[in-house]
Design a protein around this ligand. Sequence first.
Ligand SMILES: *Cc1c(COP(=O)(O)O)cnc(C)c1O
Length: 456
Amino acid sequence: MKPDSPDTKALRDIDRAHHLHPFSDWHALSEHGGRIVSRAEHVYIFDSDGKRMLDGMSGLWCCNLGYSQRAIKDAIAAQLDALPYYNNFFQCSNQPAAELAAKLVQVTPAQFNHVFFTNSGSEANDTNLRLVQRYHDLLGKPHKRWIISRRNAYHGSTIAAASLGGMNAMHQQSRGLDYVAHINQPHWFEEGGDENPDDFGRRVARELEAKIEELGEENVAAFIAEPVQGAGGVIIPPDSYWPEIRRICTERDILLIMDEVICGFGRTGNWFGCETYDLQPDLLTFAKAVTNGYMPLGGVMVADKLADVLLGGGGEFAHGLTYSGHPVAAAAGLATLDILCEQDTIARAARSLAPLLQERLRELADHPIVGEVRGHGLFAAVELVRDKGSRERLAPDAAAAVFCRNSANELGLMVRQTGDAMIMAPPLVCEPGEIEDLVRMLAQALDVTGRHYGVA
Ligand SMILES: *Cc1c(COP(=O)(O)O)cnc(C)c1O
């Protein structure tokens, strides 16, 4: 479509008149309308004005293999022909769901031999709560109810998932569950003050121990965390953090739930973030990249420790979704995992692209408005500051990062802003030249931002 062609204008008009967008300012959107994305190719998206943008976010952290995976599209089409839908309730199953379950068991850590399917990460985290509660009930410990999570975590947007998450804006608009407690996040750059990163990491990890003491170990069911907080700002914890959490979880009778909705399927350089940080979760949440974003699918991997109890003859698990194990979504998942396995995509990206991205970004650390560059694999954040020493920000309310994000978008790069950080998660199938383009456009956006805020 041409710029301002009648089609684009008409689309924008009906969109802003009738479509309530997720996580958007509805008033602003109804006045100005949004960007209509019309097509995508490889790692580029094209809007209805014909503008091409390098997708530095893999969609919403999901299109890890980009937009042109023929085999996934064909698998979806073939499955629609064979069996477009049947449910998995009442002792039924279907071929893709069964095969995807087995495949997920193959690619996840050894303790996982069972999976429960949902349509999304939020529903998967709701399911975690149901599983954890059922597990403790069957063990005769119904008082084990409390779930400990972290401030600024993102676990989805159903009532339960928002409650598990630690996003202030979401908590302000939603009355949460009364059995979720939050401890501080391991975000040294934002909250570490004068403490050195490792002392800070150990100290915030020990808040888990203190919270368990406060609530009573006999009342605490689980701790939930993302290996790296994604939406919160690609927060890479100090090296001391995860070993300390691991120690606490080993010493205490609480379950560890790893929300791998972003980290899973290669984002941090391994198949799962828990491998990057050497953690042994009891439950693992997945969604997003499991189908490369082409179909909605999520789920929970259940470790043997729980499965042994849950499958032990305790009767029906009274939970399910109409589309749990949807055959078409499962077919998309299978085709995605086939590509990841056969083409060795994750290891190849970790060997070549990740070091390139991380090294090039670290060269930006000298930029006058860059306070920190952090990342793992194809996952990174760049913190914007006015003063590197004091970490003073450029402007209140993250305005500089919003400005920088808009500048990057203008230049043809899709990246996101969270707080005062620019965050990115490019597809694992980028060409090296595309990673160079990403960093070059980001550097230009930083230049423009620095000039705008009077920092040379
Ligand atoms: C996106 C996300 C979710 C929620 O997934 P939806 O499919 O949007 O419900 C949960 N956890 C994490 C870490 C996420 O990034």
